[in-house]
Write a protein that binds this ligand. Sequence first.
Ligand SMILES: [Ca+2]
Length: 428
Amino acid sequence: MPRGILPTCDQNDPGEPLMRSRRLRIAVAALFSAIMAGPAGAQGRGGIPVPALPDQPWEYQTANANIRVRVLTAGLENPWSLEFLPDASILITERNGRLRHFKDGKLSGPVPGLPAVVADNFISGLHDIKLHPDFARNRLVYWVYNKGEGGAVAAAGGGRGGRGGGGRGGGARTLTVARGVFDGTALTKVEDVIRMEGASTVSRMLFLPDGSLLVSTWGDPGQMAQDKMGLSGKILRYNPDGTIPKDNPFVGKEGYRPEIYTLGHRTPESLVWHEPTKTIWESEMGPNGGDEINVIQAGGNYGWPLVSLGRSYAGPYQPEGFEHEGMIAPVVNFVPSISTTGMTFYTGDRFPAWKGNLFIGGVRFGEIAGTGRIQRIVFNDNMEEIRRETLLEDKRWRIRDIRQGPDGLLYVITDERNGALLRIEPAD
Ligand SMILES: [Ca+2]
């Protein structure tokens, strides 16, 4: 089971792939030679410089709302995820392994108590963070991270970030879910509760209404997303104590890991609950094109790497084309890719015209660096896409996550070396 780190469409710096297996290294070297040698590759991926963070709020007239955008804080190094606390303050993870607390308009230093993470390349490190559903009583916070194994370099806040980060490394790491008690300033009683051997990096989590916990894993490269005895390229389901629910779809089925909830995923980047239809929605980065939004059904196979609307980085489509019987097709496709990241269904009252719309971040459009954005997707009553609008395109920042706050406003983090927390407000 390869655990090396390979390029995804979330990568800005294709010249520095990281991997542990020599065989993979050769394969990827050949792939990049092909890319760089071809006429299109010779033109390079390019990129557009991104504007500095404005020091004053600025406004847009969008299709259905006039909005004002405000930088609440800068100084976040490659933030990955945010989570609101009951007092409306915000926990923010940085991929380098730091957790920050934004409260009363101020950004804290690193919250003490987190274990070291391996953040030695452009995607590894600290990822998602979620409150336990009963946080108000137990103060438990869950986070998912790359835990170093056997002498791997633990970055301890030193992981290089930036626009794509780069850096070399590739020490052994295991995707791990930990939890701890957050008292408002520090984490205590920290323990690892889930170890996903063989799964490498990039992960999101979601507590379901029944109290169980979904955790997604990265499924590129090779066939590992289809390996029913492996944990990569899957959505896994656990009890909050790390045990496996007895009603998981493959429990007791020979040839399957019982943790598996769904398989055939490339790079899940968001997991959210859609209350009106009581369904789980997932966003997933494709390769070159083929980003997806899927509705997650227990036991489903979502096709990667056999089928996709995306092309490989060298150009050809995936081996079995666009669709395959028995594999679940996306409900939303992105061609070209926006390099989908976090998303949220808007349910608040501050933007009446946006009610029920899905907002999703992107770090790169059409494989060109410096083209991040937000997209607003409008659905009909059958949850079929009917309109799509791009927001904040002019700023070109890598949007890593977008969430609705308890105040009904939208909060956004930008995955930059000097990343920011933004707030979108009505301007009327
Ligand atoms: Ca798929």
